[in-house]
Write a protein that binds this ligand. Structure first.
Ligand code: FES
Length: 153
C-alpha cells in the first residue's frame, strides 16, 4: 500500500465532520455523472477578528473512499477560512495531508471542491444538462474528464 492509500485508510478509520448540519448557513450538493458519486457539504460561518469565516463544515457522501477521505480532511482545513479563501482552494489543496492525488483520484477531490463551490456560490455552479441521466453518463465516461454538477433535493 502506498503512502496516499495508507493515509486515505487512516482518514476513513475515523472520518471527521460527517453528517447533516441542522444550523448551516450554506449547503452545496454535486454529483459526478461519470462515476455516479454524490457529495453534499454544509458550512456554518462565524465572525472572527472582524471577518466572516467558516466556523464548521460537514459532509455526506455517496462516493468512493477517496472522496470521503478528502471531504473529511477538507472540513477540518476549511475552519477559519473566509469564503474568498475557500473559493481559491483546489481539489489538491482540499486533500491536505493526504498528499498528491493520484491521476485516477483527482476527480474524487474535485467532487469535494464542487460541493464546496456550490455551497459558497450556488448560482455560479454550472447548470445540469437536462438531457443527461446519471446512469447514461456513467456508461459514456471518458477517463480523466469529469463534470461536477449541482443537484437539488
Ligand atoms: Fe467517484 Fe471517487 S470514484 S468520486
Amino acid at each position: 500500500m502506498d503512502d496516499f492509500e495508507s493515509k486515505v485508510g487512516d482518514a476513513l478509520a475515523a472520518p471527521q465532520n460527517q453528517g447533516e448540519m441542522a444550523d448551516a448557513d450554506a449547503v452545496g450538493t454535486v454529483g459526478s455523472p461519470e462515476c455516479g458519486d454524490m457529495m453534499r457539504m454544509w458550512l456554518k460561518f462565524t465572525e472572527k477578528d472582524g471577518k466572516k469565516v467558516i466556523d464548521r463544515a460537514s459532509f455526506q457522501a455517496f462516493g468512493c473512499q477517496t472522496a470521503i477521505a478528502v471531504a473529511s480532511v477538507a472540513t477540518k482545513l476549511l475552519q477559519g477560512k473566509t469564503a474568498e479563501e475557500a473559493r481559491h482552494l483546489s481539489a489538491q489543496d482540499l486533500a491536505g495531508d493526504l498528499g498528491t492525488l493520484p491521476p485516477m483520484k483527482i476527480h474524487c477531490g474535485q467532487l469535494v471542491e464542487g460541493a464546496l463551490r456550490n455551497a459558497l456560490d450556488p448560482t455560479d455552479a454550472p447548470a445540469p444538462k437536462p438531457q443527461n441521466s446519471l446512469i447514461g453518463d456513467i456508461h459514456s465516461a471518458k477517463p480523466q474528464s469529469i463534470r461536477i454538477v449541482p443537484l437539488t433535493d
